[in-house]
Design a binder for this molecule. Structure first.
Ligand code: NAD
Length: 707
């Protein structure tokens, strides 16, 4: 029978099996069935113990995400907190038999049972904090009682999973199934054993949180230890307060406090932002016009062309995933340097205890290097990362076209060049795609997957799957200068550089932007990326930007002075022994440039900095959406939160625009159009899409798959 929750009796044991694939989401129908199963077991005098388990691959992933934006359904009776209370007050022993992942409400359900038994592969987590909320069905109160304060703080504020062994060692689970028999049989045997031993009911209401081993100032120290990671986030502090309450209050009162804090988080811009990103990530794999059932290509062996800054980092991703990788560089010294870079990185990881020496050996054994294209005959995927020069890239792709086997995917890591033009240098443009990794490529999670005009559907879907294997967040984008990320950053940098001429200092701009929540300010970012890199990009665009004599002129000036940023120890700032210092000379340079260009210097407010930099970045995003270069506003947000340090708790630039309202952005842009004179007229015009949304009172996320 295809019941979403099955009820079965095996002698004196009642088995309640959640059977609502794929993840046993605890929607109202499932909740009702769990409760009715429980009541049936309670009313049956022959039942001595009850097992709650799952018929799916995982135990239960918690709340049903389809109920996220339907509070009526989410809180409809019986709600999860109510079910947990009912289970806890049961006079019959209840055992949660955790066969696989138990996340969020799934773990809260298990914690309301008397005993927990887990399969060795089971994983447990309370990931609510990643959605801007806190566990609301007793998680913050029961976890410290069962697993201790330390575990509760770590799990609840990070949202990260623990495995069955750790759960056993902390007391969160009571037993791990290790025998030969199948899991359900083992669970029934375990239940029978508990009945035989006449074990007591083990309700959390009777357990006091053990605070004996918690040092004084423990909570304050813990807060300090996560302060950097959680800067700007609202929910982690509420998680801590709920756990603090668990230490001093009886369960019933602690649950009330948890509910209060949970409600406090629920209707916040942060919860909306983080949930938006959660859904955006799920949606990003659905590509308009492509059948998700398309058969994928096999990727077993990968080649990287170019062993420079990017090549080495890209190679590490594949080695880490256990994929055979070959690096090719025409310059044997560069090749050696690249391999040395990989070795050094692994040595550092091993020293820090993140990898064992055996793992390092295993990974290095997967790596080969060559200067000969003939060695690439067998590879399934090539990622080219040679110099950013169209002629060189075309030659590389012509060589690959001759050597690589039919069906091999040929990818370019170009940041600015036309992927269609590169594809047409080959006889198989359908196999060509852009894979835009970000630097450092072994660390940054973002991967822009650039869909060329002719890129085959299976090439796109295969690269998306491959991206997940190497733990990236892939976002499919179309071909244009800078794709999505770098194209949106252009007006942001343009305004940053112009604001310095108008009177703001690098420090003021960086502080305003980091106070807004960005990981780094634009001046520090330019110093890190290299003033020379920006200059070379502008060189290729002089015609387009020549109408504005002030266009990023401060960048050109620094380039002329050889101040390339961190790499020369001087850019917008001075760098000494890894420390950054303000440079009064920058102000002087800006004053001179402003005078030459007839720009009046004045006090600049932080509000103006945010509006001009961030709103213009959003405006470019709206152009990109209208042109179909990005499919959804959420795709732009994934790119910005994973690749550009945009605050996650604001949900990305487009979600931020939705939160404050497109009309506010349009009106600010119109304001600067007027107030900034010729400069304003040149650059400040609302994107038509944004204007339309503002007129109609709609949001960017109301647009679905614009094409
Ligand atoms: P790099 O100069 O550090 O390395 C390029 C390597 O390519 C050199 O080792 C060079 O010897 C090798 N090479 C040149 N021509 C070759 C050929 N014909 N065959 C084989 N090898 C050849 O460059 P990089 O910074 O690693 O950038 C590589 C690519 O990645 C560029 O397209 C760049 O736009 C892109 N990219 C760079 C970054 C970044 O932050 N550096 C970020 C994203 C994308």
């Amino acid at each position: 029978m295809n019941e979403i929750v099955r009820y079965k009796k095996i002698n004196e044991i009642a088995l309640i099996t959640l059977n609502s694939p794929p993840v046993n989401g605890l929607n109202i129908a499932v909740r009702r069935k769990i409760l009715s199963g429980f009541e049936q077991a309670i009313n049956d005098n022959t039942v001595k113990a009850i097992i709650i388990t799952s018929g799916c691959e995982i135990f239960c992933a918690g709340a049903d995400i389809n109920e996220f934006d339907d509070a009526d359904k989410m809180f409809a009776k019986p709600s999860l907190p109510e079910i947990c209370l009912i289970l806890e007050e049961s006079k019959k022993t209840i055992i949660a038999a955790i066969n696989g992942t138990a996340f969020g409400g799934g773990l809260e359900l298990a914690m309301a049972c008397d005993y927990r038994m887990a399969a060795p592969k089971a994983k447990m987590a309370l990931p609510e904090v990643n959605l801007g909320i806190i566990p609301g069905a007793g998680g913050t109160q029961r976890l410290p009682r069962l697993g201790g304060v330390r575990l509760a703080l770590e799990m609840i504020t990070s949202g990260k999973p623990i495995d069955a062994t750790q759960a056993l060692s902390t007391g969160l689970v009571d037993h791990i199934h290790e025998g030969e028999e199948d899991f359900i049989t083992a669970a029934v045997n375990y239940a029978n054993e508990l009945i035989f031993q006449d074990v007591p009911l083990k309700s959390c209401a009777q357990i006091k949180v053990n605070t004996d081993e918690i040092p004084e100032n423990y909570f304050a120290d813990f807060r300090a230890s996560i302060a950097r990671r959680t800067r700007g986030f609202y929910a982690p502090e509420r998680c801590i307060q709920a756990i603090e309450a668990a230490c001093s209050l009886p369960l019933e009162e602690g649950l009330k406090k948890e509910l209060e804090l949970a409600i406090d988080c629920l209707d916040t811009s942060q919860a909306r932002a983080q949930q938006h990103l959660f859904f955006a990530e799920r949606a990003s794999g659905k590509i308009p016009g492509i059948d998700p059932k398309t058969r994928l290509r096999q990727i077993e062996k990968v080649a990287i062309i170019g062993s420079g800054t990017m090549g080495g980092g890209i190679a590490m991703n594949y080695l880490n995933a256990g994929i055979e990788t070959i690096i090719l560089d025409l310059n044997s010294e560069a090749l050696e340097r690249g391999i040395g870079f990989i070795e050094k990185n692994y040595a550092i990881s091993a020293k820090k205890g993140r990898m064992t020496p055996e793992q390092v050996t295993q990974r290095m054994a997967l790596l080969q290097s060559t200067t000969n294209y003939d060695d690439l005959r067998e590879v399934d995927l090539v990622v080219e990362a040679v110099f950013e020069n169209m002629d060189i890239k075309k030659k590389v792709f012509q060589a690959l076209d001759k050597i690589c086997k039919p069906g091999a995917i040929l990818a370019t890591n170009t940041s600015t060049l036309d992927v269609n033009e590169i594809a047409h240098a080959t006889s198989r443009p359908e196999d060509v795609i852009g894979l835009h990794f970000f630097s450092p490529a072994n660390v940054m999670r973002l991967l822009e997957v650039v869909r060329g005009k002719k890129t085959a559907d299976d090439v796109i879907l295969t690269t998306l799957k491959m991206a997940k294997m190497i733990h990236k967040v892939p976002v499919v984008v179309g071909v244009c200068f800078g794709f999505v990320g770098n194209r949106m950053i252009e007006p942001y940098i343009r305004e940053t550089f112009r604001l310095m001429l108008e009177g703001a200092s690098p420090e003021q701009i960086d502080t305003a932007i980091t106070d807004f929540g960005f990981a780094m300010g634009p001046c520090s970012m330019s110093d890190m990326a290299g003033i020379d890199v920006g200059y070379l990009v502008r060189e290729a665009q002089r015609e387009r930007i020549s109408r504005d004599p002030s266009y990023q002129i401060i960048g050109d000036k620094l380039y002329e002075l050889g101040r390339y940023g961190q790499k020369t120890s001087r850019g917008f700032y001075i760098y000494e022994d890894r420390e950054k210092h303000n440079d009064p000379e920058i102000i002087k340079i800006c004053e001179n440039l402003a005078e030459e260009l007839g720009i009046e210097r004045r006090e600049i407010t932080d509000k103006e900095i945010i509006e001009r930099c961030v709103y213009m970045l959003i405006n470019e995003g709206a152009h990109i959406l209208e042109e179909g270069i990005a499919y959804r506003s959420g795709d732009c947000d994934l790119i910005y939160t994973n690749g550009y340090g945009f605050p996650i708790w604001r949900g990305g630039p487009m979600q931020y625009a939705d939160e404050i309202g497109p009309e506010k952005i349009v009106s600010a842009i119109n304001h600067y159009h007027k107030s900034l004179g010729t400069y304003g007229e040149m650059w400040f015009s609302p994107a038509p899409l944004l204007q339309r949304l503002a007129n109609e009172g709609k949001k960017l996320k109301d647009l679905r798959n614009i094409k």
